[in-house]
Design a protein around this ligand. Sequence first.
Ligand SMILES: Nc1nc2c(ncn2[C@@H]2O[C@H](COP(=O)(O)O[C@H]3[C@@H](O)[C@H](n4cnc5c(=O)[nH]c(N)nc54)O[C@@H]3COP(=O)(O)O)[C@@H](O)[C@H]2O)c(=O)[nH]1
Length: 538
Amino acid sequence: MIRNAKKIAGYSLLATVSAGLLTIGMQFAMRWQVEKEIKEDLQISADVMLERASDAAQTAINVLNNLAQSPGLSCTTDHRYRYSDAARSTAWIDTIGLVDRNGNLVCTDLGQSARQTGLLPAYQVGDKAVTLSLSAGAGQFDMPSLLVVRHVANGRRLVARVPGELVRIDPVRNDLRRFRYAMLSMGSGTHWFILEPETAGGEIIDRVSVHSDVLPFEVQMSITEAAIDVVTADEREFINLLGLFFGLIMVGIGWYFGRYRPSDGDIILDALDNGEIVPYMQPIIDLDSGAITGCEVLARWLKPDGSVVPPHEFIPLAQNYRLTREVTCRIMQDSCRLLDPVVREGQVFKVALNLFSHQMIDDSIVADIEDVFKDSKLGFKNLIFEISDRVPIQEMDLAKDVISQIRALGAEIALDDVGSGHSGLYNLSSISVDILKLDKLLVDALDGGFAGPELVQGLISLAENLNIGVIAEGVETEEQVIQLRKMGVSAAQGYLFAPPLPAASFCKLMKVARKRQTASEVIPDMEEATETGAEEAA
Ligand SMILES: Nc1nc2c(ncn2[C@@H]2O[C@H](COP(=O)(O)O[C@H]3[C@@H](O)[C@H](n4cnc5c(=O)[nH]c(N)nc54)O[C@@H]3COP(=O)(O)O)[C@@H](O)[C@H]2O)c(=O)[nH]1
């Protein structure tokens, strides 16, 4: 199972939906743009068609006006040459002929000799000098031609024929013509031609209508929606591919952001599971005899790369992620297991374990202590639980209850960090403890400073009066040992004797200490074990 599968699925769904919306948005925008362009094209088409029709008609009128300047136009070869020349002078006209007053075509330009009866209506006095009419198409599907008629004399008229095929050419894209309807009309219901769409039906998306101010032409055009689908076919495919591509990228991003990234809490849990958080033991020495009377258990994180992480770097993380119970249990279990060989040899010594201040108001710690130590050889009576005086206990009644339960098991309670910067002896006034642990700051103050020795002496007297023991912490010099002994302190720990040691080194040290009972014999060997321990720790 992929870790964070739900998260990845959520992100991917979000990504897919956004890719889908983006694709739809792009399709919509593209369709809107194409529709706009099609409408513009339709307008241009209509304008061009009207312009062509007007240009063709106007050119034919001009050509016929020029011819009409010549007097006595007839069907002589000479005149027919003139008609031919005039017809060829412009692409719009395909033939020019002469029509008699009865409307019969009597001759045309050269090459167009056939006589045609009834081409135009009979001439009426008062007819306009120039008229426009339409010829019938030769076949059913032929387009009628525009006949431009110019009266010359005696009811005779010059006629120029303008074929519709030349006018209907329009610039609309081939694929759009199938959906376009176009009509060029000449007023009063007469239309020159109608271009029907190839594909009938469909919603009309635009209609345009343009007309000439000078000539009786009007162009009407419309186009159906299907044209948009045809025009956008390639683009739609492209956008869909783009959407798919974008969707895949978004899913990738979703996976990236949703993938499992362990929190600091997960890292601590993994370290616990992998046995990387281990107990180190710092010996507690009897200053009178030099014997090791116990140890303080201090947690260390041994990383796989060999580095040793001190507690102040990972304990706050464990606190943030509410993993203090797990840490405490692991340290207690490992201490119990690792010290077992020493205990089995019959050595009696005290093991001090640190508790978190909030554990003082949660009696699950009592059950945990019982669980771990109930069957151990060490026994509850050799356990000391240290609670820090740095943090005032909030719910004193609860704390008193938890402490009395721990003491009822037979274990002792030590008030740690007494005399440290944040210790106010507040806790001491409310809870009963068995041991005071003088902080390194106080021990350092023995060497000098204002009222240092008096302060220590005062606390020692206080402890004596309360009938509680004292352990000095952070002892680093022999002078401190001498002073502490003078003041009546008989238990201490510190780098002078040994730093916190890996369990194996501490056990080795205990073995040596068992053989040599006196301080003068033990301390030199302790240095040896300490060096070994430091090497192992490294
Ligand atoms: N609730 C728990 N708290 C724990 C646990 N393990 C450690 N801790 C607390 O972390 C604090 C720092 O501990 P650490 O870095 O191990 O420091 C201790 C000693 O190594 C250090 N020490 C001892 N002797 C000397 C010395 O001569 N010189 C010197 N400079 N330092 C020395 O002092 C610290 C003693 O700790 P404490 O007695 O508790 O004050 C510390 O507050 C630990 O309590 C854990 O498992 N649970």
